[in-house]
Design a binder for this molecule. Structure first.
Ligand code: NAD
Length: 270
């Protein structure tokens, strides 16, 4: 598929690829098709083996470790990125984590430690990464993108602390958009429908969630990794030059629904 837009000459740094199922990988593939130069980080040695071949498949040699709870590691990645690429145009934040134990039962059982860790990895990391990336993005028309989920806005049973973290993440997008707008840098989020990934496997009853979304969404199916990638491409491209501080749903329309149709009923005649 050829795109009506080109990201030739644009440099993108992507946090959050764990494997080929990662939403970050879906985004990477679309940015690559549009011609962007890609660079990746990974969390932990185990993931290095998975991320390196994926990076190579899109012509990227920049694959560096980064635990986003460490300011030092974030700074190190940015310094190395600067050495290799000079400037940064697109920053993808597709990172989140919560203790499995906190995604099983009730929200009120979340421990202080579990709460702080989920907020640190899933929310503060966006702030820390943005700050460290700023000197590399100055003077351009850069774009920063993160990933959220509907549980930020409405209660999704078992999503618990991640819902609270996503609410804080979405607010952070708006505050960062306000800070960075005068510098010409846009900050947005995609609120994706559920997709079977490594992170999603930690959410209690995830299968039931997939089934419910597919049965309720107007498009009567779940969104794909590729569809999230294409929406990311739009938000990171000049086509979205007037869009910042937005939380864009890419969820087959699930978020607009209140009472779902009974599938046994015939579709309305048009
Ligand atoms: P994934 O497991 O493929 O990606 C999560 C990434 O977070 C992994 O690459 C992991 O290594 C990284 N990570 C976790 N802790 C880290 C740390 N301390 N330092 C650096 N990286 C760390 O799963 P995914 O579903 O692709 O998740 C990507 C983003 O999309 C997350 O923000 C997630 O909340 C969001 N999201 C996912 C869904 C879904 O249904 N899968 C829906 C909406 C939003």
């Amino acid at each position: 598929m050829t795109y009506p837009l080109s990201l030739q000459g644009k440099n993108a740094l992507i946090f959050g690829v764990a494997n080929e199922r990662s939403i970050a990988w879906g985004i990477a593939e679309e940015l690559h098709r549009a011609g962007a130069n890609l660079a990746f980080t990974y969390a932990g040695e185990i993931l290095e083996k998975r991320v390196k071949p994926l990076a190579e498949s899109v012509g990227s040699k920049f694959v560096e470790p980064c635990d986003v709870t460490s300011d030092e590691q974030i700074e190190k990645v940015m310094a190395s990125y600067k050495e290799n690429f000079g400037r940064l145009d697109i920053l993808i934040h597709a990172v989140a984590f919560a203790d499995r134990e906190d995604l099983k039962e009730h929200f009120y059982t979340t421990s202080r430690k579990g709460f702080a860790m989920a907020m640190d990895i899933s929310v503060y990391s966006l702030v820390a990464m943005t700050r460290a990336a700023l000197p590399l993005m100055e003077g351009g028309d850069g774009s920063i993108l993160t990933l959220s989920y509907y549980g930020a806005e409405k209660v999704v049973s078992k999503y618990n602390i991640m819902g609270v973290a996503k609410a804080a993440l979405e607010a952070s997008v708006r505050y960062l958009a306000n800070d960075l707008g005068p510098r010409g840098i846009r900050v947005n989020a995609i609120s994706a429908g559920p997709i079977k990934t490594l992170a999603a496997s930690g959410i209690g009853d995830f299968r039931a969630m997939l089934k419910h979304h597919a049965g309720t969404a107007p498009l009567r199916r779940n969104v794909t990794q590729e569809e999230v990638g294409k929406a990311a491409l739009y938000l990171c491209s000049p086509l979205a030059s007037g869009v910042t501080g937005e939380i864009m749903y890419v969820d087959c329309g699930y978020n607009i629904m209140s009472v779902a149709a009974n599938d046994k009923e015939p579709a309305a005649e048009v």
